[in-house]
Design a protein. Structure first.
Length: 701
């Protein structure tokens, strides 16, 4: 919950303070002709946006602030005043972020990002580390709100290291007023950077690392003697301890924070602390006390009029009512929270919210509204999955273009080298007649080399053309392969929405919807694995694998699909078989794909059997035999051939045969782990897929 309302920092401005600041800035704005006044205006605006009481309502952020910053940027550009440009761009970026336009317009790329990126670039160019840090901090918060935790961390890490380095360098120099001011500002920045890193690791479930940074922020807050930051950091430390199940530590930090917040009348922090206290009590199964703390937090949030914080607390109260089996009270609290979330929350956070709300309505037997929110959940989740796939495809495109560029560059250098060599030999033959015969031989040799080089270039060009054709075919097939299951899912949802179904029919169709969604997710998993393998993005991590247990896990996972067709799944792999030594995730995907295919192509009442043995070469051979439809010799040659698979016709795909990426992945992953895979099959008599893996002793040898 923390990253939802932390992105708004604290809570509403005091409106009177906003108007007073606006009046003073207006005077500077009207005389904006020098770099000195530009600095005064920019820093006045930054001071407002960096205040503890950041506005979250559109009406409280005067649009004059945007007008002031845009004029400051224009005049700074006319004066070629780079520091003024960087500060003005930072203000504009913060304005759009605090305005909340990125969330209300539901845009994929926030409007504030381009301004913040320009501000960071200019600040870095002129050596203004403070503006560079502030711009990058704002960007990483936006990336976190979009759910891009990795990008957020990559944005934050360089400036965190840079701030530490510069602070240490300045501390060793003369204690001038400028140095003291910079060190003080850098310490403030480091507090916020440490807090940001703590939140990033909370999102990534790395709670020990999160605790490390939150404790660092607490130390910096105590050094600064800022009671608000101390109370805020104590709450963060308590959250990390709660995640680590060290509840007594969490409570001691919360109680210290509550005392500080009460003494300083810091209502925002007090609401945060009571809300976190409620979380700890809930995790200790002290539900009555948890509800008491949540109720106190809600009352305080009403006083400070902080809607994002209020929504988070309402969600916790709904959780308590659901735990106590009070559906009406849970729904009332949750709907209040959702009405706020839909205005202020980043899109990615709505995925879990819609799912939870659908579950509550379903448990209350309100199937119509349960279905509505389930559709909202699946539509939004599907949108993010497609966006993720598109990003993977774009990365593949970039990689291919880079390879093509490097190849052309290499060939150009080769041709240029050959041309220079030819000119050199021509000069020698012209000047030195005595060695005419030798020069002729050398020229002939050079000519032949050039011919070979051009032939090689033509061949490489043809290979590139073939790769591009395969790539185009792949994208076309992917579109077809994804369209069919997704269209099926939409038809099932439309049926649920349009018809008046009883609970039994709703349950049956929901099971069908879940089955189709599982099939689609499985397809997307294979596509993403294949895309990453083509980009060499998957690293092998070998370990000892108990094949009997691995196959049992996959049989349990897919037994539901087999039972529907009356197919018997048999695991004859000996429990004492010598373990394989390979990458667990890769081999797990191989077994799952082979078993899924066997179930798919085995008629009702059939059987699927796993066997394994240690062969003469000290390799483990695993086979999966089905009583399915079998395949022709031509199909056996085709299924492990990349070009043949990518040439799958659209007619075959429309019949449900699929593109066959699963078997390509099986082949790549088995070969990556030093093994082989092959198939024996006859039409009408079933198929046996066999693959080999190294043992630990074989791998070491």
């Amino acid at each position: 919950m923390s990253k939802f309302y932390l992105s708004f920092l604290i809570y509403l401005f005091f409106v009177s303070v906003a108007y007073a600041n606006n009046d003073s800035l207006k005077v500077i704005y009207q005389n904006l002709k020098t770099s000195n006044n530009i600095n005064r205006l920019n820093r006045g605006l930054l001071a407002i946006f960096e205040s503890r009481y950041i506005p979250t309502e559109l009406s409280v952020v005067p649009e004059d602030y945007l007008l002031y910053a845009e004029k400051s940027l224009k005049i700074s550009e006319e004066l070629n005043y780079l520091e003024g440009q960087a500060e003005a761009l930072l203000v504009i970026g913060l304005y759009y972020w605090y305005k909340g336009l990125d969330y209300r317009e539901k845009v994929i790329e926030p409007k504030s990002l381009p301004y913040l990126e320009r501000a960071a670039a200019i600040a870095k160019n002129i050596g203004n580390i403070v503006i560079e840090i502030k711009a990058n901090r704002a960007m990483q918060k936006i990336y976190r709100e979009k759910g891009e935790t990795r990008v957020s961390a990559e944005t934050l890490l360089p400036i965190y290291e840079l701030s530490n380095k510069v602070e240490q360098e300045k501390a060793g120099k003369s204690e001038t007023n400028a140095n003291k001011a910079l060190i003080k500002e850098l310490k403030k920045c480091r507090y916020f950077l440490a807090t940001d890193f703590g939140n990033i690791y909370i999102d990534a479930n790395e709670y020990l690392k999160s605790l490390k940074y939150f404790l660092e922020a607490l130390v910096l807050a105590r050094e600064e003697d800022d009671t608000h930051k101390i109370a805020y950091s104590l709450n963060n430390v308590a959250k990390a301890y709660d995640k680590l199940a060290r509840r007594s530590k969490a409570i001691s930090h919360l109680e210290e924070g509550i005392i500080i917040a009460e003494n300083n009348k810091d209502l925002f922090c007090l609401a945060l602390l009571y809300n976190s206290y409620g979380d700890v009590k809930f995790h200790l199964n002290e539900v009555v006390q948890a509800n008491s703390y949540y109720t106190q937090a809600l009352a305080i949030s009403d006083k400070v009029n902080n809607l994002p914080l209020k929504a988070s607390i309402l969600r916790n109260i709904a959780k308590v009512h659901a735990y106590n089996n009070h559906p009406p009270q849970a729904l009332d609290a949750y709907l209040q929270a959702v009405s706020i979330y839909e205005i202020y929350a980043p899109r990615i956070q709505l995925v879990d919210i819609y799912k939870e709300l659908s579950n509550i309505f379903f448990n209350s037997k309100d199937y119509q509204r349960a279905l509505y929110y389930f559709k909202q959940y699946t539509d939004l989740k599907e949108q993010f999955m497609v966006e993720k796939l598109l990003k993977e495809i774009i990365e593949i495109e970039k990689e291919k273009q880079l390879e093509e560029y490097e190849l052309l560059k290499k060939n150009y250098a080769l041709a240029e080298s050959e041309l220079k060599s030819q000119k050199a030999w021509q000069s020698v033959t012209f000047i030195v007649a005595v060695i005419l015969m030798i020069a002729s031989v050398l020229l002939l040799t050079s000519f032949l080399q050039k011919q070979n080089a051009y032939k090689m270039l033509a061949k490489q060009k043809e290979e590139l053309n073939q790769v591009n054709k395969l790539k185009d075919k792949l994208f076309a097939v992917i579109s077809q392969d994804l369209r069919s299951p997704l269209h099926s899912l939409r038809n099932v949802v439309a049926l649920l929405d349009a018809e008046n179904l009883n609970s039994q029919e709703t349950k049956l169709i929901s099971e069908k919807l879940n089955e189709d969604l599982g099939a689609t997710l499985g397809l997307l998993d294979n596509l993403l694995y294949w895309a990453r393998s083509q980009m060499q993005g998957i690293k092998k991590e070998s370990q000892i694998i108990n094949l009997h247990e691995l196959i049992d896990e996959n049989i349990n996972l897919l037994s539901g699909n087999a039972n529907k067709k009356g197919i018997v799944l048999i695991n004859n792999v000996p429990q004492n078989l010598t373990p394989a030594y390979a990458d667990l995730n890769m081999i797990n995907l191989v077994v799952r794909n082979l078993l899924s295919n066997a179930i798919k192509f085995t008629p009702k009442g059939g059987s699927i059997t796993f066997n394994a043995k240690l062969n003469k070469e000290d390799l483990v051979e695993v086979s999966i035999t089905d009583t399915g439809i079998g395949m022709s010799a031509a199909d056996q040659e085709r299924i492990f051939n990349t070009k043949e698979v990518l040439s799958t016709s659209e007619e075959a795909i429309s019949k449900g045969e699929g593109i066959g990426l699963g078997l390509l992945l099986c082949k790549e992953f088995i070969e990556e782990n030093g093994g082989e895979i092959w198939v024996k099959s006859e039409i009408g008599k079933g198929s046996t897929f066999t693959f080999s893996l190294k043992t630990e002793s074989k791998d070491k040898n």
